[in-house]
Design a protein around this ligand. Structure first.
Ligand SMILES: [Zn+2]
Length: 333
């Protein structure tokens, strides 16, 4: 069936998706519409296997200035990547609720219906014949005109076809960005015995300069993060790997800054248990001692070394006195 002028005029409206064209051209199949557009050189910046829609420049601009970019940036700092022929964004994770939540969020802003991908079970083989299986899911988003510039910003070609993820210097750190980075690559460690609480962000794959930059960004937000070497076990050609650490009350500041955990499966990363600020009076000078730890009771009794020594002397004196009394008591019997 020959294409009429009217039909071709409809095809030339690049603001319409192939699906929208189909509803206007009831006699045509979606694949014949696709092929005809292709042969006429009418291009739509679609992706996702050709099922996508074109987003207007205004819409793309909107995505660049809001939550969408903040979330994508957070994942790019974490487990997300951009790659492939369509410059597709992808986040893989073993927790379905997290991937589904992310996919729904991306879909809402891009006005697309993309399903969660992956779901394949992989078996890993460890030493001594141990194995473990895990199922990974993918949240995906294909928006060529949005992700192409991001891919250029975040990836540096280090050798032929090999890329190193880098952190663009115009990155804006926001609570939402940090929230996703933390879920992807952060861990919370609470040691009830030593009363220590810490967050570690595994930035191992970034270069040292980028880790320094990220720490500076945290510090700008008033979050006292520090750099820690990941150890020589995982040393690479151009130097060691580094991680970002936060300790004690900084952990609480950070968790307050990034807001709540959006999904059930990662709530454990927010569970600081009974970690709190406790105050006691010094037993020697009555100074107020502030201390962070688990539970309401502080282990400390004195404020300074001087008071600690005084306290120890007093303890020894009391002990000697008690021993003397006991001795005279038994002598009298
Ligand atoms: Zn004191």
């Amino acid at each position: 069936m020959k294409w009429t002028e009217e039909e071709i005029a409809i095809l030339r409206d690049t603001n319409k998706t192939h699906g929208q064209l189909k509803s206007l051209l009831t006699n045509r199949t979606i694949s014949s519409i696709y092929v005809k557009c292709f042969s006429l050189g009418i291009r739509r910046s679609y992706a996702g296997g050709g099922k996508g829609s074109v987003l207007s420049d205004a819409k793309i601009e909107e995505l660049r200035n809001g939550e969408f970019l903040e979330i994508v940036n957070g994942h790019l700092l974490g487990d997300g990547c951009i790659g492939g022929r369509h410059q597709r964004f992808q986040l893989s994770n073993t927790h379905f609720d997290y991937v589904e939540y992310t996919q729904e969020f991306l879909n809402k802003l891009t006005e697309r219906k993309v399903n969660v991908g992956g779901g394949k079970t992989r078996t890993s083989f460890w030493a001594e014949g141990r194995t473990s299986t895990s199922t990974s899911y993918d949240a995906r988003c294909s928006l060529g005109n949005f992700f192409k510039p991001l891919r250029k910003k975040w990836y540096l070609e280090v050798s032929n076809g090999k890329y190193q993820k880098i952190i663009p210097r115009d990155l804006e750190l926001t609570p939402l960005t940090c929230n996703r980075l933390y879920i992807d690559d952060g861990s919370l460690r609470s040691d009830l015995k030593s009363h220590s609480l810490a967050i570690c962000i595994y930035t191992d794959d970034f270069l040292e300069d980028d880790v320094d930059f990220l720490i500076e960004k945290f510090n700008e937000q008033g979050i006292g993060a520090t750099k820690e070497s990941a150890g020589i076990k995982r040393k690479r050609d151009d130097g060691s790997r580094y991680r970002i650490k936060m300790h004690g009350p900084v952990v609480i500041e950070f968790l307050n800054y990034i807001g709540e955990c959006p999904v059930e499966s990662y709530k454990y990363k927010w569970d600081i248990k009974t970690y709190q600020n406790r105050t006691v009076l010094c037993s020697q000078c009555s100074n107020i001692i502030e201390e962070w730890g688990f539970g309401p009771k502080s282990r400390r009794k004195t404020c300074s070394k001087k008071c600690r020594l005084l306290n120890r002397a007093e303890l020894l004196r009391n002990r000697r006195k008690a021993a003397k009394e006991l001795a005279s008591l038994s002598a009298n019997i």
